[in-house]
Design a protein. Structure first.
Length: 267
């Protein structure tokens, strides 16, 4: 399969002079990883020097379009990817007959209700127009957030993997929900009173998360972003070293200081 993801190499020259090696032989290890720009690639860049000391060089591809990434990971064209949560990965694996596994939960990007027009959830007017992500893995998440905020009541029979606005039992407060592709939500936000998306989409759009956010899910969300790999790579020492570095206290401190609550380490 030809790679069709857009990327930037994290550095032009790969270090080859390090005497510290990883694994049981003297060979250097190169991991090809696809990641979203923010915060995923930022975090990978932060841990690259530590992995280099272990003899592991990261070849980083910053994803613009994730359409092919899971297939490339399943096929072994990529060693790992870091852009999604496990529920999304599982849905993709089922829909496309892919072989994928979760190598570790790294961070959470809380799903929130944002507004460029109103400063609090109580300020939203009657019949407020609200954009929500329409992909199968995240629409349920957005609907649950609207339910938590007191706008809707969902049917008890709702199925998370195929949730849609048809699963709304009743509107507790009058609002108009518009389902959109996640990539469009922040781009057309000026057409809405509020919009619901996870925080890395907001960060990538250059929006001040803490200023625009008016309601949020709990930070212990089940939707932790993960390192996804082919199942046969789960016990690979280099993959384990990557995950250990991403879950380190050093990275947790980096996330807390850089993203100030817009991104939080997974529990």
């Amino acid at each position: 399969m030809k790679a069709k993801i857009f990327f930037v190499l994290a550095c032009a020259v790969l270090f080859t002079s390090c005497d510290v090696v990883f694994a049981v032989d003297s060979k250097k290890v190169v991991l090809k990883i696809a990641a979203d720009a923010v915060p995923h690639a930022d975090i990978i860049e932060f841990i690259k020097p530590d992995l280099e000391k272990q003899g592991i060089t990261i070849k980083l591809y910053v994803v613009v379009d994730t359409t092919l990434v899971n297939a490339q990971t399943s096929d072994g064209e990529l060693d790992a990817n870091y852009f999604q949560h496990a529920i999304y990965m599982d849905a993709q694996a089922k829909d496309k007959n892919l072989s994928l596994a979760n190598a570790g939960n790294i961070h959470v990007e809380p799903m929130s209700i944002y507004s460029d027009k109103y400063k609090s959830i109580s300020d939203l007017p009657a019949n407020a127009k609200i954009a929500i992500c329409n992909d199968s893995a995240n629409e349920y998440r957005g609907l649950k957030l609207l339910e938590k905020a007191g706008f809707i009541q969902l049917k008890k029979s709702i199925t998370p993997a195929i949730a849609s606005i048809r699963d709304i039992e009743k509107y507790v407060k009058p609002i108009k929900i518009v389902e959109l592709d996640p990539s469009l939500v922040t781009r057309v936000r000026d057409q809405f009173d509020a919009y619901i998306v996870w925080s890395n989409k907001v960060l990538e759009a250059g929006i001040d998360v803490n200023k625009a956010r008016i309601f949020s899910e709990d930070t212990d969300s089940l939707y932790a972003n993960i390192v996804a790999v082919s199942p046969k790579r789960l016990n690979d020492p280099a993959i384990k070293a990557l995950v250990n570095a991403l879950k380190s206290d050093k990275v947790k401190k980096f996330i807390a200081e850089k993203y100030k609550g817009a991104v939080v380490p997974a529990k």
